[in-house]
Design a protein around this ligand. Sequence first.
Ligand code: CTP
Length: 405
Amino acid sequence: MKGKRILLVIGGGIAAYKILELIRRLREQEASVRAVMTRAAKEFVTPLSVASLSGNQIFDDLFSLTDETEIGHIELSRDADLVVVAPATADLLAKLAHGLADDLASTLLLATDKKILVAPAMNVRMWENPVTRRNVASLRHDGILFVGPEVGDMACGEYGAGRISEPAAILAAIEDILRGDTRVALHGGQLAGRRVVVTSGPTREPIDPLRYLGNSSSGKQGHAIAAAAARAGAEVVLVSGPVALPDPPGVATRHVTTASEMLAAVEAALPADMFVAAAAVADWRVAEVAAQKLKKGAQAPVLRLVENPDILARIAQNPGRPRLVVGFAAETENLIDNARAKLTAKGCDVIVANEVSDDVLGQDENEVTIVTRGGTETWPRMRKDHVALKLVAYLAKLLEADHAR
Ligand code: CTP
């Protein structure tokens, strides 16, 4: 985002405080930010905070002579790579939908020739009001881009759709759009209306109160898939083993430790349209977990192991089986043959196979081969978050095709 110019229109809502974090992140990525505040916005965050974080003066007055001599409102609206409205209140959306221009913010939105991304934030009743529904439909029709709103608890104590997207999700949408990818922001996502369950990270199987059997899965790939599915509009439940990653934005994350807990959390999250088993589940657990810390003695302890439930196989054979069940296969040899065998043995629809070596585990890149009953395709080595985006787009198409049958 280096050198990209963002014109940020800040509307007046309780969510305005989150925009300070967005500005900080944009600046971290070396984008330049010019902020316009509505009169109401200044009731929620101070112009001084916005100016300090953005490193630029803020603009708020259409008739201010200084503003017009230094930079005119037309120039302000066009001298940007993208216009972002956040929080986009019901009032700002209504003005934008109807071409009203009675203050600096609305005038800029009418005058700009750049793409406009809006991050709505309002009470659920306001979001669901038929007037707002009409405004949103006509804005979408006009090519206005959307990120969010999310479903969740609201500042006013109600629950529903209307929460502003997290700064990370708004940032991701800005990055997509600046890369020229407007599909998600334009159409509301290929997975809109779908429910997706993803497992990620390792599991830990206790030996005694302090020790466990574990593995070195970082969870990066699974977390990236959950985030990508959420960005594609799905309602996502991520069941994560212990990882050092933050919960992805817009995703309901359930934290578990053992394979048995992971299975229970996945079953509780069903029904779903799609299940992606990206976790590195421990194949075995210790049969008798010691109640107290094992002490050194004359003899080293012998641990008896019992097999853990195979979560992927269980879900694939579940009576309420998701329409698409996707597994991972980490192999050190005979990648395709082993992946094919796993597809049949576990009863899933897709296996994402990768050759594991030190340069994949915990790293940011991955090279995968997609194995289905119809054939295989190998994707070039790329960042794990890009594998996630490509995989989600691929799986969304499979779901659509399945739906059409
Ligand atoms: N998996 C699972 N539950 C388990 C073991 C594995 O859900 N108890 C899932 C993983 O999330 C992954 C897939 O199964 O999607 C493949 O796991 P892997 O460990 O490679 O395969 P295994 O069945 O354990 O076979 P092997 O270790 O012999 O290769």
